[in-house]
Design a protein around this ligand. Structure first.
Ligand SMILES: *Cc1c(COP(=O)(O)O)cnc(C)c1O
Length: 553
């Protein structure tokens, strides 16, 4: 046995992995009757009725080309969290072996060890969050199979020094896992290039952070083929779904776009760090190579709660060693960071950078709406430029709300997590209620607005939306559909949507549409409604009175 094989948990090399139905066959076939898939398809049609490729061949090929490593050195998992768990299971015998972590660091290493009955030893980072090689060496012992290093480190944000990592790779008698979840935000080169030099090196990367695909769950481990073979052998057979594999491939084909996003995010990180340094409540902003900042406050618990009360969620890391009074803050969109700074301003300090914003005339609102059935966050800026970020869980509703945003000129962000497994009802209705509420809030006292708006026809369909921001909720709905569903939204939900919106926005809406194609009809209604809302919410230059049919109030 050579050095790596000796490290595996006893018995692991003898395990016989499950062979999937399709492993028994290679070549071209016309008829697959081997895997008990449903040949009749699914309620959604024929797509995805087949099992995914358990070996992720296309994805591995692509990753291998991009990263310059052989496909045999690539493992693809359900997030890199899966790889962390599998590495512990591959090397550590429960009740006997141990792993080493360097706190403060990513919490999953210790959690995964615990779940697997494996001890977890600590070699804390130094005062500047650098590796303490002495501390590491003092915890090395017979059964320590893995040391997890995280660079850039979560939650501290700094990169570990290259020489220190190399020194550990040489002196540690086990596997060195280098977690590079945030490497793309850093100026430091990846350790991937060193894979050939150290058989005991495992590099973890993920599509969750720089690639912005945390929701699809795809992460990678790069390692010696002997290690990858074992991970493959003990993973769940179909650990990465067809959907995830497809989306990963689609994203990886757009590396330039990812680079742009990373660049924008890093620039925003610099701006946010500078602004935070001006906040009196802030004691220290730690340097970051990641997409978040570790910030030490004078009183982190109070700030954490104060932000929460204002609908802003950050991560309290103050209980971690060396992180007393520290919050970890992900870098948000410029608007979101401005809200964060405004909230911090309210919580005690003043932020000079924030002072440049024209605050009095801002017409923005954030509405959080939590019920048994839905969790919704709506953000609106009536004086925006029609930028939308909509995640309702319903593709067609997303599309409609994007139209509403574009044609009204409102910036609109809608995030919904609803009980779509029951049906679309609550999601559609509650989204409309939250949207109406946000609109009414942002409109405020209506000073200087036009109040009325209407628009007539669009496309082959004729949609008529007349609107009065009257304060009195009323909906007239003259629109019939021939179909039961458009996309993933039942057509009966559209009148509900507008009724709910009217109720919470307190406006009068008169909607009529005719046409042949239901999709066009409803799309033109959303567009026209956007136009009408945009027009009605517009401020006449210099006007400050509240409009009323009985003259000026
Ligand atoms: C977010 C994170 C991961 C998890 O990645 P997934 O691929 O989403 O499982 C791994 N390591 C660190 C340090 C992280 O912060």
């Amino acid at each position: 046995m050579n050095e790596i094989e000796r490290l595996f948990r006893p018995g692991v090399l003898e395990l016989k992995p499950y062979t999937s139905a399709r492993d028994d066959f290679s070549g071209e076939a016309l008829v697959f009757l081997d895997a008990n898939e449903n040949s009749f398809g699914s309620a959604l049609g024929p797509s995805y009725s087949r099992y995914p490729d358990p070996h992720h061949r296309l994805l591995k090929q692509k990753l291998s080309e991009m990263k310059g490593v052989s496909p045999e050195s690539v493992f693809v998992g359900n997030g890199s969290d899966e790889a962390i768990d599998l590495l512990i299971r591959a090397f550590c015998a429960p009740g006997r072996d141990s792993i080493i972590i360097t706190p403060p660091t990513y919490g999953i290493y210790a959690v995964s060890a615990g779940i697997n009955g494996v001890a977890c030893k600590s070699a804390p980072l130094g005062s500047e969050f650098e590796l303490d090689l002495e501390a590491c060496r003092s915890v090395f012992e017979e059964g320590s199979k893995i040391i997890f290093l995280c660079s850039p480190n979560n939650p501290t944000g700094n990169s570990l020094k290259r020489e220190a990592n190399q020194s550990l790779l040489k002196s540690f008698d086990g596997v060195v896992v280098l977690d590079e979840a945030y490497i793309d935000f850093s100026e430091q080169p990846s350790f991937l290039l060193e894979l050939g030099n150290y058989r005991n090196l495992v590099v973890l990367q993920t599509l969750s952070k720089a690639w912005g695909l945390a929701g699809i769950r795809v992460g990678m481990a790069f390692a010696d083929p002997a290690i990858v073979r074992v991970l493959e052998g003990i993973k769940a057979t179909y650990n990465v779904s067809s959907l995830a594999q497809e989306w990963a491939l689609r994203a990886l084909a757009k590396e330039a776009r990812k680079e742009e996003l990373v660049k924008a995010l890093v620039a925003e990180r610099h701006r946010l760090a500078e602004a935070l340094k001006q906040v009196p409540e802030v004691d220290k902003v730690f340097p970051s190579d990641a997409n978040f900042l570790l910030v030490r406050f004078n009183d982190a618990k109070r700030i954490f709660q104060g932000l929460l009360d204002r609908g802003i969620v950050v991560r309290d890391r103050s209980d971690m060693p060396g992180c007393e009074n520290c919050l970890r803050i992900s870098v948000g969109l410029p608007d979101e960071n401005r809200e964060l700074l405004a909230a911090l301003e309210e919580l005690g300090g003043r932020c000079p950078l924030r002072g440049q914003e024209p605050r009095a005339s801002e017409r923005t609102a954030i509405v959080l709406r939590h019920t048994q059935e839905t969790w919704i966050r709506v953000k609106i800026n009536l004086d925006g430029s029609g930028r939308a970020r909509i995640q309702s869980g319903l593709g067609f509703l997303n599309h409609m709300l994007e139209q509403l945003s574009r044609h009204s000129g409102f910036d609109l962000s809608v995030e919904v997590s609803g009980d779509l497994h029951v049906d679309e009802h609550h999601t559609v209705e509650d989204t409309a209620l939250a949207l109406g509420e946000a609109f009414a809030q942002a409109l405020g006292d209506k000073r200087g607005i036009e109040r009325f708006g209407f628009v007539v026809p669009m496309d082959d369909a004729l949609a008529q939306v007349a609107l009065d921001l009257s304060g009195r909720p009323w909906l007239v709905w003259e629109l019939k559909f021939g179909r039961e569903m458009i996309g993933d939204v039942p057509t009966e939900m559209f009148s509900h949507f507008f009724r709910s919106f009217c109720d919470s926005a307190k406006c009068t809406l008169n909607i009529k549409a005719d046409g042949q194609n239901d999709h066009h009809k409803i799309e033109s209604v959303f567009k026209a409604c956007g136009k009408a809302l945009g027009m009605a919410a517009q401020r006449r230059h210099g006007a400050s009175e509240i409009p009323s049919t009985k003259g000026v109030l």
